[in-house]
Design a protein around this ligand. Structure first.
Ligand code: 3HC
Length: 698
């Protein structure tokens, strides 16, 4: 199919872009558009040129898949320059999502028309780059430096009406953008004058003090974004748009774009973007229709159950919450009401929408109320016997064809399924807390889970606005298994000589929002203690075991909730203080094991943690628990605070170099052979000159 079509009617040429699904501005589309533009510019009959797009959207950006490959002419900046310099007025007729390079194309045009529902933005910062086709130069000239910086630093889109208020859009069309643009073009046909392009606007540049103030404010407000390469460069470019002569401003932007696009941070963020879309691809489910779901039962109204209920309600499902007694039920429903209240107070939910959601939730202490549910999600306490009892009861009650899901975060889904007479209908849906906020769901597919049950889980997650990652059955699935490896590596270092505070600082410096011991204190040390006790009987005796966490729990230190864990907490405080008693307990434990403390530097902590996580990831891949390395990366980025700009442990391992990490693992394995044993996948990849990324089929 032709990617660019031209139709001339009277004195108006309409160029239509057709590159589904999102009209990404790949090389072929750029080439086609430039030829069509030149042709229309040379056609003496044509007075005005309209550019419109077929399908669901105006171009949503440059083609992300081209980044990191040799550039193919014409480049997007050249195309935008050609539009801006066109001797005939060019009108952009936008609909859908006018994002990134797509918006830059429209910014180069002389007039912008947008359909009422159009979302307009420059999300490049979320990909670790900046608008590289004139966006940093043209947008501030049109809307002012402050507004432009707000859009470019947040990456968030604005609606057409707001864009019109700001002067970014000239006309908001009542109906479709293209006929409105053609109508407008007819008015220009009569005029001879060349229209100014965005770069010719002088109104905002006439107030340099306001411009420079906006730049200074943006610099001062960067916060943690300061450590990323793109945000400061965006600000520099906006400053250059005022201070440099026009041509130089564009060249300054281009140089910054080229630096950024080649950076490891941008590669990681691109990887994250593509990983989010790849996770939904399930080759074995092609053509498998999901089951219909409208009424969902949630068993358990604790933190997880109420979060899941809130998330289901906002996705339009009817929900029945079941708790064992009325006190627990009211507490569960109260938690849902509180999240609703917060959403209304912050403007995320209207009063009417809240009423509508509340009308779809019911609560009961009778499991029998779930007889007609299409799906039941169990979110009771993390104890296999308790969960099995719930499933046995559900088996008696639920209608034939209903899906029975467990929200377990570690337990064996096959064993839970065996408590029913219908294991084909059982699946794991591991939501993350708070479930109405966190985007990740691990879909745990058991040995007997029916394909249409898995397909339903993916459809459900999509409808809830979440990203589903498929996992197989094992202790902890993908995320918690890697978390355990992370903690094992840091516990070894703790016993070897590091303090928990050194380790936390090292990991925060590496990019995690919190260190592992801060997170343990928040979650409650008793939870992992109970798990260690559960697994004690099956633990490999040859494996090094660090008992410092157990000692803390034995001393009643359960973390924030008990006022002391690895840190000390003042009444009501969420940030803890370092505690010499903990250091003394660690020293005593070292002494008991005959370990002489050695200095451990931050770089060693970071290196060992990455090796441990990637090695566990390689094992998970080898066992078929995850389908692809990018799924592992997604779980860690979306569920465990792994910095997006490092792209997840498998991407970070590729960046660090597989040979280096495998050699590190071999060295560490000389100290402890079980945990640090390199997974066989390292050698397979290295031997064949491959990386983890090469296993992500596209
Ligand atoms: N380049 C290449 N492919 C893209 C793309 C892009 N810019 N945007 C989307 N796609 C692909 C997706 O990978 C997906 O492919 P798949 O079907 O093979 O998995 C397909 O298009 C559909 O995308 P979504 O599943 O995301 O569809 P949605 O309807 O949920 O969302 C969207 C549509 C809001 C446009 C969303 O895709 C999006 O946010 N895209 C990225 C927008 C963006 O970041 N643009 C800036 C690019 S950088 C740039 O322009 C640099 C310039 O300044 C030089």
């Amino acid at each position: 199919m032709e990617k660019v079509r031209v139709a001339v009617a009277g004195r108006i040429a309409t160029i239509t872009l057709a590159n589904p699904p999102v009209n990404a501005l790949g090389a072929e589309l750029r080439g086609g558009l430039l030829s069509a533009l030149n042709e229309a510019a040379d056609d003496r009959k044509v007075r005005v040129i309209v550019i419109a797009a077929d399908g669901r959207t105006w171009p949503a950006g440059a083609d992300i898949r081209e980044f990191g490959k040799p550039p193919v002419a014409p480049l997007l900046p050249e195309l935008c320059d050609a539009i801006a310099a066109c001797p005939k007025p060019v009108i952009a007729a936008m609909h859908g999502t006018a994002l990134g390079g797509g918006l830059e194309l429209a910014l180069a045009a002389h007039v912008r028309v947008a359909e009422a529902g159009t979302q307009i933005g420059l999300p490049e910062v979320t990909l670790g780059i900046l608008p590289g086709a004139g966006g940093t130069q043209r947008l501030p000239r049109l809307v002012g430096a402050g507004q432009a910086l707000g859009m470019m630093l947040s990456g968030l889109p604005i609606g057409a009406a707001r864009a019109a208020e700001l002067g970014l859009v000239d006309v908001v069309a009542d109906g479709s953008a293209q006929p409105a643009a053609v109508q407008l073009a007819a008015a220009f046909v009569a005029r001879e004058a060349k229209l100014p392009s965005a770069a010719d606007r002088t109104d905002h540049r006439a107030d340099p003090a306001a411009w420079l103030n906006a730049v200074a404010e943006a610099r001062a407000g960067l916060g943690t974004a300061r450590r990323l390469p793109a945000p400061p460069r965006i600000i520099d470019c906006v400053e250059a748009a005022l201070l440099l002569p026009e041509g130089e401003g564009f060249a300054f932007e281009r140089a910054a774009f080229e630096d950024l696009v080649a950076s490891p941070e941008a590669a990681a963020m691109r990887h994250a973007f593509l990983a989010e879309r790849r996770a939904a691809r399930q080759p074995d489910l092609v053509g498998v229709a999901p089951r219909a779901v409208s009424h969902v039962g949630v068993v358990g109204g604790g933190l997880m159950g109420s979060g899941i209920t809130t998330a289901l309600l906002s996705a339009g499902f009817s929900v029945t919450m079941v708790e064992r007694d009325t006190a627990a039920l009211s507490a569960g429903l109260a938690r849902v009401a509180t999240s609703h209240e917060r959403a209304v107070a912050s403007g995320r939910l209207s009063e009417e929408a809240r009423e509508a959601e509340w009308a779809r939730v019911g609560g009961t202490t009778e499991m029998a109320a779930l007889a007609q549910a299409d799906l039941v999600i169990e979110a009771v306490t993390e104890d296999e016997a308790v969960k099995a009892a719930v499933f046995a009861e559900l088996d008696q009650i639920a209608r034939q064809g209903a899906i029975l899901a467990t929200n377990t975060s570690y337990l064996d889904v096959d064993r839970i399924a065996a408590a029913t007479t219908r294991p084909d209908d059982v699946i794991g849906l591991h939501f993350f807390s708070p479930a109405h906020v966190m985007k990740l769901v691990e879909v745990v597919v058991g040995d007997r889970t029916a394909p249409d049950v898995t397909a339903t889980a993916f459809a459900l997650a999509k409808r809830m606005g979440k990203i589903a990652v498929r996992a197989g059955v094992c202790d902890g699935f993908i995320g918690n298994r890697i978390l355990t490896a992370y903690r094992t590596a840091t516990d070894f270092l703790l016993e070897d000589g590091a303090s928990p505070y050194d380790i936390d600082r090292a990991m925060v410096a590496w990019g995690f929002p919190k260190g592992p011991y801060q997170v343990l204190d928040m979650a409650g040390l008793d939870i992992s203690w109970a798990r260690r006790k559960r697994l004690a009987a099956t633990r490999d005796p040859a494996r090094r075991y660090v008992a410092i966490g157990d000692r803390l729990c034995e001393a009643g230190r359960f973390g924030q909730k008990s006022g002391r864990g690895y840190y000390l907490y003042d009444e009501g405080a969420r940030t803890g203080r370092e505690d010499p008693d903990v250091l003394a307990m660690i020293a005593a434990e070292r002494e008991a094991r005959g370990i002489v403390a050695r200095p451990v530097h931050a770089a060693e902590v970071q290196r060992r943690v990455l090796a441990a996580m990637a090695n566990e990831g390689a094992r998970i891949l080898g066992e078929g628990i995850a389908q692809r390395p990018s799924d592992i990366d997604l779980v860690m980025m979306l569920g465990y605070g792994f910095p997006r700009w490092r792209g997840g442990p498998m991407q970070a391992a590729d960046t660090a170099g597989l040979l280096t990490l495998r050699d590190d693992l071999r060295d560490y394995a000389r100290e402890e052979a079980v945990f640090w044993q390199p997974a066989p996948l390292w050698d397979d990849l290295i031997k064949n000159g491959r990386k983890f990324a090469d296993m992500n089929e596209d």
